[in-house]
Design a protein around this ligand. Structure first.
Ligand code: M6R
Length: 610
């Protein structure tokens, strides 16, 4: 949840370099920020509460000198949001400086022992315990002292450590919290996530759990906690630095909404051959194994969970495979029954969500095959899965997930078609028709943006409301949930999503002239007419109705207050188009309310705590 960055061998102005890099991680947390460097054999630290720019105004990071340093942006877990609790933290003599992401579970016991030994603490954090523990074990070798300290701590950590006595070494360590090493030329880096160092290097080493690395400006050595050296692979990543910039958009979220046509194209590309979906190379399971899957269980959180609900609809409707969707956070605590014939699908944009990772491990323990749908190569979920289908969305920085969601839906659709082909649940003509319609999506999405001004006008009318209801049926129910989540996350308006027909069982009591109700109602052969009745029910009670409808549906216009049209496509695929106006509506409402859209309060992009 916090963001960490570090460099050894810096050639530029160190303070500016670290400031620039932590800004690229601000989506991970923004309660407070800090930078530490070593200059003239002294640890220097500047830190304070607030967003990075506010902190920088107070402390002027640019003045920090040296060629080794660490930066941190915090999402508070242990200890209040205060200057003292901001990272970096130091030992008693201020010779060791550390930044941390994660939670040290036995910090209270360790702190007690250290206080008894005479250590003086300045903060309420678990992190400071690590600094003192390293100090306590220090005997002239920072790597040895860190290894000894790590053996005593329980919990999750991604750590960056520097020392005034050994200013040529940057120590990095990880357990259950993401940390990567960037390999540069006469300079090396660590970071919580790739965007922080993309402008410096595309060569990445992924640290695994309970590994510790010693970085100097021209060398990187990785060890296990027994001191054995581990050979690590260097991976070349295919994201470029521009992909992690705003490129003229006012917010990352708006940029990412607009990137969806391209992201969809890249997610489809290479996966359709001769009018068939071809995932053979990516799915390293035999056709026999795939045909024999008895049940699919999908685990995910938040927006990815909404994608999972849409996936359930696809797998059951088209591939005829019984599917269950679980909140990853609930999965392992309710004693799930998983068998070897089950395929467990974990969906995660970041690949680091602790709840999803824990659910995946539980299913693995019970013998299920694990397939993940993930946007970040080298992430924990990616590495712990048997099979990975990547969403080629590019880096998603905005805390509110947008392009990750639509690309997840596309991957689920491709997987559904592939399984349908293998299991022969659809004939060739139907498959070809579905593929042709899938291919139309990116262009159709471009057309959705023609309505952006209209959506902005709607936002200007309704931005002051306190509540909103989002309703949809079938595959559009998860779209309604996603629309509601987007609105509440970034505008702080209370919003709920429901299956449209469920409204009459309770939420209808909320309808009055102050309540905007957003219906996701593209024309389909299944539920469209029933949804029209639900719309009438809202209108009869004075509610305001905004509807996402299919182009050419003139009838619906007559009974609602506002219509946003989306191009016509097949029922399931139209849901991918329908979510985009909802993303834009949430965005423009939040903008009109003056909200900090890319850094909504209390949220973090990567939730690495359970
Ligand atoms: O990285 P993941 O897809 O695993 O993240 C899951 C949720 O934390 C995430 O979707 C969250 O709900 C977003 N803020 C939604 O916009």
């Amino acid at each position: 949840m916090c963001g960490i960055v570090g460099i050894v061998g810096c050639k530029e102005k160190l303070g500016d370099m670290l400031l620039d890099s932590i800004k690229k991680l601000e989506y991970r947390g923004y309660d407070s920020a800090g930078i530490t460097t070593v200059s003239e054999n002294k640890i220097l630290i500047r830190k304070d509460v607030g967003k990075i720019d506010e902190v920088n105004k107070k402390v002027n990071f640019s003045e920090l000198k040296g060629n080794i340093g660490l930066g941190h942006t915090r999402w508070a877990t242990c200890g209040r949001v205060t200057k003292e609790n901001s990272h970096p933290h130091t030992d008693c003599k201020e010779e060791i400086s550390i930044v941390h992401n994660g939670i040290i579970e036995n910090h209270s016991e360790l702190k007690k022992e250290l206080i008894e030994k005479g250590h003086k603490f300045q903060s309420e954090t678990d992190t400071e315990v690590i600094a003192h523990l390293i100090e306590d074990n220090y005997d002239g070798d920072i790597k040895e002292a860190t290894t000894k300290a790590l053996k005593k701590i329980e919990g999750s950590y991604a750590l960056g450590i520097i020392s005034a006595k050994e200013p040529e070494k940057l120590i990095a360590a990880r357990n259950e919290s993401p940390l990567i090493i960037g390999v540069g030329k006469n300079e090396n880096f660590i970071a919580s996530d790739v965007p922080a160092i993309l402008s410096h290097t595309k060569k990445i080493i992924y640290l695994d759990n309970k590994e510790l690395a010693v970085l100097t400006q021209d060398n990187i050595t990785v060890f296990d906690l027994n001191g054995n050296e581990i050979k690590k692979e260097i991976n070349e990543i295919d994201w470029n630095a521009e992909m992690a910039e705003k490129q003229g958009y006012t917010h990352f979220m708006l940029k990412e909404i607009h990137e969806q046509p391209r992201a969809l194209t890249e997610t489809i590309n290479g996966r359709i051959k001769n009018n068939r979906v071809d995932l053979k190379e990516e799915l390293n399971l035999s056709s026999k194994e795939l045909s024999e899957i008895k049940r699919i269980v999908i685990v995910a959180c938040g927006t990815s969970w909404h994608a999972a609900l849409a996936g359930e609809f696809m797998f059951e409707e088209l591939a005829k495979i019984s599917t269950e969707v679980e909140y990853a956070s609930e999965f392992r605590y309710r004693h799930p029954i998983i068998s070897k014939d089950d395929l467990l699908i974990a969906i995660s944009q970041s690949g680091e969500t602790a709840d999803t990772l824990a659910a995946l491990r539980e299913a693995k323990k019970q013998g299920a095959k694990i397939l993940s749908i993930c946007n970040v190569k080298g992430s924990s979920i990616d590495r712990e899965s048997d099979i990975v289908l990547y969403t080629h969305a590019g880096p998603e920085i905005g805390v509110a997930s947008t392009k990750a969601f639509t690309t997840q839906l596309v991957v689920l659709y491709l997987l559904t078609l592939y399984l349908s082909q293998l299991r022969k649940t659809l004939d060739d003509n139907t498959i070809q028709d579905l593929i042709a319609n899938l291919r139309k999506l990116p262009l159709q999405l471009e057309k959705v943006f023609n309505n952006e001004e209209e959506i902005k006008k709607l936002a200007n009318i309704y931005y002051n409301k306190s509540n909103a209801l989002y309703l949809g049926r079938g595959v559009n129910y998860p779209i309604a949930l996603e629309g509601a989540l987007k609105l509440k996350e970034i505008s702080y308006i209370h919003a709920e999503g429901y299956p449209a027909a469920e409204m009459k069982h309770g939420p209808i009591a909320l309808i009055d002239k102050e309540m905007p109700v957003i219906f996701v109602a593209p024309k389909d052969i299944y539920t469209y007419k029933k949804v029209l009745s639900n719309i009438e029910e809202v209108k009869a009670r004075g509610g305001i109705v905004i509807v996402i409808a299919t182009e050419g549906d003139e009838e619906i216009k007559k009974i609602v207050d506002h219509v946003i049209y989306i191009p016509k496509n097949l029922y399931t695929l139209s849901s991918i188009l329908a979510v985009v106006p909802l993303q834009l509506l949430a965005y423009y409402i939040a903008k009109k309310r003056g909200c900090d859209i890319d850094r909504p309060k209390n949220l973090s992009k990567v939730v690495t705590v359970e």
